[in-house]
Design a protein around this ligand. Structure first.
Ligand code: GUN
Ligand code: ZN
Length: 429
């Protein structure tokens, strides 16, 4: 059975940070033809109706059809502690995060939160996330099983921490981190739509031995991604310098242990030194911008203008529960606000690209997800661009798609999400 999905369509023929907003393709009366979970055609509604007269038609009218949102850095185990008050990074980890992550020793609790997390994010139109789990292998299993029953393309890995800077009860060892990560990787990586990600939490909670063990694992499995945190807060950077006195900079603590490479995902990456910026560009690593987290935890202002001008690979992410929202619309709005504070007004085309193709590119999945194009997997979000009275009255004045879209970026929430399709099927709500 083929599905013909009608509405306004928004896709990208190129990168708007390179080509400008004309990199985007908008059809006012557009259509997406889907079969066996794959987009087979994209074009004007009339053309595709004529080409596929047998297809089952779902007509979303004036709603906007886009690739589903891709959240490139999250902590699903922090779902229940989102919006915890009053702390900066290190105190926030100790006061809220680590006690909550300890609860994931209970596999049933991990399942409950994984299910809740996917329900919350799907309601926001997010169809792929790249998550940290906890140190417990069961937390990885819970995440993958809940993703699999929903048919989601999803990524996670066991978070590794073996230093006494992490609390007892939330520590592994260099050897057990290697063994558990390898076992989980062999079980889950490439199974259906699931990918395993090698996940040292960050240098302050790992010994050099653990970083080296995970670097060795990555060298054995170079098709896996590796995710970690980098230069989020100044206090954290000073801490890293104290723990790794021989390192040239924070990035070097990873680089020296085999944890810098093209499949590396470096979350936050705010307070970077020139060598770090140059090195990440050289190896084509991915930098993940987490704007609601960076303001909520008080971390700083990511240099989107500078890094994209230098053609770095950048993804966008909520970083829940350090981030204050599950919504990629809210995250685009925060990226816009942070851009304004750095005198770089991000265009709606750039924001949309970051939340879809940019994140897909950062995760090296842009040949499969993050765009509407023939051959891409059919993960879609359908958005009402007049979802509240405040948005509707602003959008009523729009002269083009960007003016019509921007109020939803800045003010939209799950009320704007009309429908979500995962793997070519509409998600029941
Ligand atoms: N750095 C190390 N762990 C974390 C985390 O869980 N959240 C954030 N925001 N930063 C981190
Ligand atoms: Zn994080």
């Amino acid at each position: 059975m083929r599905d013909l999905i009608l509405g306004q369509t928004l896709s990208f023929a190129a990168d708007p940070f390179v080509e400008g907003p004309t990199a985007a393709r908008h059809e006012t009366y557009g259509a997406v033809l889907v079969e066996d979970g794959i987009i087979r055609a994209l074009g004007p509604a009339d053309t595709l109706r004529a080409a596929a007269p047998d297809a089952r038609v779902t007509d979303y009218g004036r709603a906007l059809i886009s690739a589903g949102f891709i959240d490139a850095h999250v902590h699903y185990p922090q779902t229940a502690i989102i919006a915890s008050w009053g702390k900066r990074l290190i105190d926030w980890l100790n006061a809220y995060t680590f006690p909550e992550e300890m609860r994931f020793a209970d596999a049933a609790y991990a399942r409950t939160i994984a299910a809740r997390y996917f329900d919350l994010t799907l309601a926001q139109g997010t169809t792929t996330v790249c998550s940290y789990a906890t140190i417990h292998p069961e937390s990885v299993t819970a995440f993958f099983e809940e993703a699999e029953v929903r048919g989601l393309r999803a990524l996670t890995g066991k978070t590794c921490m073996d230093r006494d800077t992490a609390p007892a009860g939330l520590r592994d060892t260099a050897q057990s981190a290697y063994d558990d990560s390898r076992r989980l990787l062999e079980r889950w990586h490439g199974r259906g739509r699931l990918s395993y990600v090698i996940t040292p939490r960050f240098s302050p909670t790992s010994t050099p031995e653990q970083l080296a063990a995970l670097g060795a694992l990555w060298a054995e499995h170079p098709d896996c991604l590796m995710q970690t945190h980098l230069s989020e807060q100044l206090d954290e950077i000073a801490w890293v310098k104290g723990l790794y006195p021989a390192a040239r900079d924070y990035l070097d603590t990873y680089e020296a242990h085999g944890l810098l490479g093209p499949g590396g995902l470096y979350g936050h990456a705010i307070h970077l030194e020139p060598r770090e910026i140059a090195r990440m560009k050289e190896v084509d690593a991915s930098l993940i911008h987490c704007p609601t987290s960076n303001t909520f935890i008080g971390s700083g202002l990511f240099d989107m203008g500078g890094l994209t001008s230098a053609r770095h690979r950048v993804g966008l992410a909520t970083d829940t529960g350090g981030g204050s929202s599950f919504s990629m619309l809210r995250t685009m709005a925060a990226a816009y606000e942070v851009g304004q504070l750095r005198h770089r007004a991000l265009h709606p085309a750039e924001l949309w690209w970051l939340a879809t193709q940019g994140s897909a590119r950062a995760l090296r999945l842009d040949d499969r997800i993050g765009n509407l194009a023939p051959g891409m997997e059919a993960d879609l979000v359908v958005l009402d661009l007049a979802s509240t009275p405040a948005i509707a009255q602003a959008t009523a004045r729009a002269d083009d798609i960007w003016q019509a879209l921007f109020p939803t970026i800045m003010m939209g929430d799950d009320r704007a999400v009309t429908s979500v399709w995962v793997g070519g099927k509409p998600v029941a709500r």
